[in-house]
Design a protein. Structure first.
Ligand code: FE2
Ligand code: FE2
Length: 407
């Protein structure tokens, strides 16, 4: 039968192309987003989630749902849901992670008698969704470690009706999952290295905690996505920027490693002279990413040097022609769109988080006070379009705050 063979070859080469693409993605969340999207495209599935193993638990790590996205524009908040599932035979995802066997289910509400697992309708209930057919496959590395599961939901036929997944589809998604596992492990390693760079900053300046930078990273990409959609920037471009933006935003203050303890840890207000030195953390940050070898380096440098600029021109560092010159003459801050968009976004994300969080030297502001302040600073400290995007996804911002709350 020559026809199916030809079809298979085409599909496998498509899968290899996808795997190749996945291998270039650095940010773990962006990678999960892409893997899920590709697996769903392959099966025309309406929704899906990825769970990553963490000890004896599965952490709900990523979700996509087209039907909900259509009704609720701010559906990104589900991405930031937090819940764990034990790796055991009681749940569908737990069972697959435990045994390493994929599961193909026709209707999750009508499971065969005699199986140990059951379907948890929690997500359906909170989102008014009806899960029916489901395909769950393990993410297995080349060393045969199960690092998580990918679960796709509600396959659709050509007319858009919900149908069952086929054995063929199970095979293809398993193939994709195996290849994706390598990329996931690599992206996790990148994230770890970045977190260690941040840990170094944190050791120097206890105000820059891992949770603070995680929040700033997530706020920034969500604000960017909304802002970019408002500006009608093509989706492909948005996706590409989001991949590097989170990590780059997380590193906004990494230049503080080069500021002396006397200034960094000084209780109380800095003198004018000390503040001038403190300002230079922006430049030291940019120096760390000199000679960019990737988009990520370039964006990190841009954010480091511009995250204290203000829309009305009253911020710093302004136009610096040589970031290595010892003496940097007082600069006039950059103004308006002269400040790169990434800097304008991180400025808001960073200030919002600083005000609303408790820090060693201050109590948190009340939420309504923070929002009032941000509204007032629109057009002064902040870009009005960025403020607008921030307010229109505020439920997502809140979900991020909960996910990365200080313990
Ligand atoms: Fe800073
Ligand atoms: Fe910060």
């Amino acid at each position: 039968m020559p026809k199916p063979v030809k079809k298979n070859t085409k599909r496998i080469s498509e899968l290899l192309k996808i795997s190749e693409k996945l291998n270039h993605i650095k940010d773990i969340d962006s990678l999960l987003d892409n893997i899920l999207l590709e697996a769903r495209k392959f099966t025309r599935a309406d929704a899906g989630s990825i769970f990553l193993a963490d000890g004896d638990k599965l952490k709900f790590s990523y979700v996509q749902n087209d039907s909900i996205a259509k009704i609720d524009e701010g559906n990104n908040k589900y991405i930031y849901s937090i819940f764990d599932i034990p790796i055991d035979d009681k749940s569908i995802a737990g069972y697959v992670a435990l045994t390493g066997d994929p599961l193909l289910i026709e209707d999750v509400y009508q499971l065969n008698g005699g199986v140990s697992y059951s379907f948890n309708p929690y997500f359906d209930e909170i989102s008014c969704y009806r899960t029916k057919s489901m395909l769950t496959v393990p993410l297995v590395t080349s060393q045969q470690n199960i690092i998580g599961v990918i679960q796709i939901i509600n396959a659709k036929d050509k007319k858009g009706e919900v149908t069952s997944f086929s054995n063929d589809q199970m095979m293809y998604v398993s193939f994709l999952a195996n290849n994706a596992s390598v990329a996931i492990e690599r992206a996790k390693m990148t994230r770890e290295i970045v977190l260690r760079m941040i840990k170094m900053t944190e050791l120097r300046d206890p105000r820059e905690t891992g949770n603070h930078v995680n929040r700033v990273g997530s706020y920034s990409i969500e604000i960017y996505e909304k802002w970019a959609k408002n500006k009608k920037i093509p989706l492909e471009e948005i996706k590409k920027v989001k991949d590097t933006f989170r990590i780059a935003a997380m590193l906004h203050d990494v230049g503080k490693v080069a500021i002396s303890d006397m200034i960094l840890k000084k209780p109380g207000k800095l003198t004018e002279e000390e503040f001038e030195i403190m300002k230079k953390h922006t430049i030291f940050g940019a120096q760390l990413f000199e000679n960019p070898v990737s988009d990520w380096d370039a964006l990190s440098a841009e954010i480091a040097i511009s995250h204290h600029e203000k829309w009305d021109g009253s911020g710093y560092m302004g136009r610096v022609d040589n970031i290595y010159r010892e003496e940097i003459a007082p600069q006039i801050g950059k103004k308006g769109e002269e400040i790169p968009i990434a800097g304008r976004i991180v400025a808001l994300a960073d200030v919002y988080d600083a005000l609303i969080s408790k820090r060693v030297y201050k109590e948190p502001w009340k939420e309504e006070e923070v929002l009032k302040y941000i509204g007032e600073q629109s057009g002064k400290h902040f870009d009005p379009d960025v403020v607008k995007a921030f307010f229109s996804i505020y439920d997502v911002i809140r979900a991020i705050r909960e996910k990365y709350a200080e313990k």
